[in-house]
Design a protein around this ligand. Structure first.
Ligand SMILES: [Fe+2]
Ligand SMILES: [Fe+2]
Length: 175
């Protein structure tokens, strides 16, 4: 059911996010569009990262009744079309939250109530050996940038570009 053969399939799936809510005030499409727009502003030279922002919660759209392991399942869903780095960035967005909770004293207060609720299920703050493992990742800066853009992408008043605006960038990354 969720075999994605083309970018058209992937865009159609993300568009279905308009009817899917993980956060109470914003739907899955709006959250994805805001996250991509945030990363386009902060990291305009990293198309993989922007696309990862658009796709990071795609498993919540594909499997709306099951939030468990959504980072890894989203990564597996998009890797055939968007490649290994985008998949790694998507797959790391939950561990990035646990890293920031452990290393940035102000970070937990920036999480939405829903994100704090899921944090408990995801294992809460990383322990020191897990922190060290992620800290040595050569792509750490992008992994954390995606997470901060994710937290900032829950503003009901935002007006991000529409989904079609990202098609050229998706085509570029998919090549
Ligand atoms: Fe997520
Ligand atoms: Fe998210």
């Amino acid at each position: 059911m969720n075999d994605l053969a083309s970018l058209d399939d992937l865009l159609a799936l993300v568009a279905r996010g308009a009817g899917v809510h993980d956060e109470p005030e914003i739907d899955g499409l709006f959250h994805a569009l805001q996250c991509a727009a945030n990363l386009s502003a902060s990291h305009p030279g990293d198309p993989d990262l922007i696309v990862a922002g658009l796709m990071h919660d795609v498993a919540d759209i594909a499997f709306p009744d099951d939030h468990g392991d959504h980072a890894a399942r989203g990564a597996a869903l998009i890797e055939p079309l968007l490649g290994a780095r985008v998949a790694r960035l998507v797959g790391a967005h939950v561990v990035a939250k646990r890293y920031l909770v452990a290393t940035d004293p102000a970070y937990r207060a920036r999480l939405s109530p829903r994100s704090i609720e899921t944090l408990q299920l995801q294992g809460d703050a990383l322990d020191p050996s897990e922190i060290a493992a992620l800290a040595s990742d050569p792509d750490l800066e992008a992994i954390l940038a995606l997470r901060r853009a994710d937290e900032a992408a829950k503003d009901p008043a935002a007006r991000p570009p529409a989904l079609d605006a990202w098609r050229p960038l998706l085509e570029q990354v998919a090549r």
